[in-house]
Design a protein around this ligand. Sequence first.
Ligand SMILES: Cc1cc2nc3c(=O)[nH]c(=O)nc-3n(C[C@H](O)[C@H](O)[C@H](O)COP(=O)(O)OP(=O)(O)OC[C@H]3O[C@@H](n4cnc5c(N)ncnc54)[C@H](O)[C@@H]3O)c2cc1C
Length: 404
Amino acid sequence: MGSQKTATYDGRIISSKTFYNVNGNTSEAADIEVMLSGPPNNGPTHGELYTNASYTAVFDVLNTYTDISVPLTLLQPKSVGEITLASADPRDFPSINPKYFSDADDLETLYKAVEIVRNLENTTAFQRLGIEPIILDLPDCDADYEKLSKDWWICSIQYLTIAGHHAVGTTRMGNDAKTSVVSSELKVHGTSNLRVVDAGVIPDSISGHTSTPVMMVGEKAAEYTNASYTAVFDVLNTYTDISLPLTLLQPKSVGEITLASADPRDFPSINPKYFSDSDDLETLYKAVEIVRNLENTTAFQRLRIEPIILDIPDCDADYEKLSKDWWICSIQYVTTAGLHGVGTTRMGNNSETSVVSSELKVHGISNLRVVDAGVFPYPISGHTSTPVMMVGEKAAELIKNEYA
Ligand SMILES: Cc1cc2nc3c(=O)[nH]c(=O)nc-3n(C[C@H](O)[C@H](O)[C@H](O)COP(=O)(O)OP(=O)(O)OC[C@H]3O[C@@H](n4cnc5c(N)ncnc54)[C@H](O)[C@@H]3O)c2cc1C
């Protein structure tokens, strides 16, 4: 038996967890987690975990009110799965091959863990409580191997093991763009302004469960993002400086909203596709030129108003400061959404290209009106909330007239 660390866990299902380094190496990282799941009513029955009827039959001998189970978790698998793009379409699901037990060392490690658990039977505590092992009938293993031999256990491990679903490393962090996807600041190598913030960035399996470490990755990412934006705007004095925000009123970029499923309670998938039409960048650049011209006006000069040109590291590195390319980069960097979404249920006569009629009625459905900014056919050259109130007033009038 290797080094051992124990932690108690005050839960209904799991009463304790122990971490073992069964391979006896010098690493601090445990390679096996032993849980003690105890009665009453152990939680999900094995039959619920295994949906196949032949598996359910194997576990039918267990009594979920009185038996305890000692699940073993392989924390540092040597078997490495594969994830590959199924196509060039980013919306296609990737191909995932977890390749469980493709490295036979993982079976050996789990077998060592089985030996640890078998040794528990000889402890005073287990003997005092009269705890005896229930050796399952596993027809496929029983047929081929001597019961309880090492080969039988190795067979049963492959037969009974389920995935812990603690996948990591799909977009691993590292310095080398050939062997990793993101830098230590979570930025995708070779792509500006794109971070990955999930368990994919964890380079290797951790000796534990993944959800809390992933929350820490999220906190770290928020810190990085805040710091980079705060540094850009830190030069501004919010008491004395004036700002001239530019709003693109007629974007040519059009977003997409699609149903995520047939369940109306599911949130739809929304892809705003900001700046997917590069004309929008050109239009905003023309607006920048207008603002730059203000500096030459008598009014601005009399008040000694001078521009503050921000340091934007990602743009400064790639483009000559104040060149058109630099402004186009900075527009993409500092722009925020106005959140004046319209046209998701646009009004029109053609039911192929619109959702509601000029009376706000949904084409092809009786007695259903849409009354919100979704009915605007196109963005308006202004802010949306007052026009939406007018849509509401109009809808009230239409309904009153219909029932009058
Ligand atoms: C941060 C922000 C700032 C903005 N600033 C301005 C501004 O300064 N000036 C301006 O003119 N416009 C502004 N807008 C835009 C403006 O607020 C919207 O265009 C307008 O509110 C849209 O109205 P609506 O009725 O279409 O949708 P909403 O105002 O979003 O109303 C939809 C309502 O439906 C409810 N709802 C959703 N799902 C369900 C459900 N299943 N069952 C029952 N109810 C449901 C929601 O709770 C909500 O009350 C801003 C928008 C945002 C987000």
